[in-house]
Design a protein around this ligand. Structure first.
Ligand SMILES: [Zn+2]
Length: 236
């Protein structure tokens, strides 16, 4: 309480309004008059903080510089990592394109295209066999192949299907697949149309393989010649 009679507790109540400057001029004058003569209220007024409108999150300058510096440093590393990744990605794609299109592209000229679940098949019927080129799917490096296929009981000995796959890696020149109802046999043969035991790990069936080769020698030879007629340029 001071001499003009306004009790301190009333001034205390008014102080927030006064500080925010939302009171009337009269009130303002009264408060100021009181403060001039009341040390306690004056101190309280000085300590009173005005609530600021939505204090903005202004980033600390030093903090900002630290962050930018870090970003610049990690940006360098990021760039290097990206370059490595992009290079690796490009290398994989080049390798895949090479496998897909060379030599498969050349093998498949003038053939009819069929979309399959596991790739694309190019096929051409000629005389009584089919030329087939299996294009691999994207990034599938190992499913591409070409083969000749002859079907439908062409012989009294019940061979249902004969398939030759030229250009086998290694010593083996061809793989012959014979389906004679008792089973499907995949038989590696040499360029001179002999059973090639080096293309095999298990040799329980060697005699059977030789027998099948001999029984179907003419047809195998026919397909071998057909393969060379069409693809000889690429079959080396
Ligand atoms: Zn006071």
């Amino acid at each position: 309480m001071n001499k003009n009679g306004i009790p301190c507790n009333v001034i205390v109540d008014l102080l927030p309004l006064y500080k925010e400057d939302i009171c009337s001029e009269e009130t303002k004058d009264l408060v100021e008059e009181h403060l001039r003569s009341c040390e306690d209220c004056r101190q309280l007024c000085e300590q009173l903080t005005v609530p600021q409108n939505e204090k903005k999150n202004v980033p600390d300058e030093a903090e900002t510089f630290k962050k930018v510096g870090k970003k610049l440093k990690s940006g360098k590393l990021y760039k290097q990592v990206m370059i490595i990744l992009i290079t690796a990605f490009a290398a994989v794609n080049v390798a895949w394109l090479k496998l897909k299109f060379f030599p498969y592209k050349d093998y498949a000229t003038d053939m009819i295209e069929y979309e399959k679940d596991d790739g694309t098949l190019y096929q051409q019927f000629y005389v009584d066999w089919y030329y087939n080129v299996d294009f691999p799917n994207y990034l599938d490096f190992f499913s591409g192949k070409l083969y000749l296929w002859k079907s439908a009981n062409y012989k009294e000995n019940k061979v249902k299907e004969l398939r030759i796959i030229p250009r086998i890696i290694g010593e083996t020149k061809y793989a012959v697949t014979i389906n004679d109802e008792r089973g499907v046999y995949g038989i590696p043969i040499t360029g001179s149309l002999e059973f090639d035991p080096s293309g095999y790990k298990v040799h329980d069936n060697d005699e059977k393989m030789k027998q099948l080769i001999n029984e179907n020698r003419d047809e195998i030879e026919e397909l071998m010649n057909a393969a060379h007629e069409k693809w000889g340029e690429y079959l080396k």
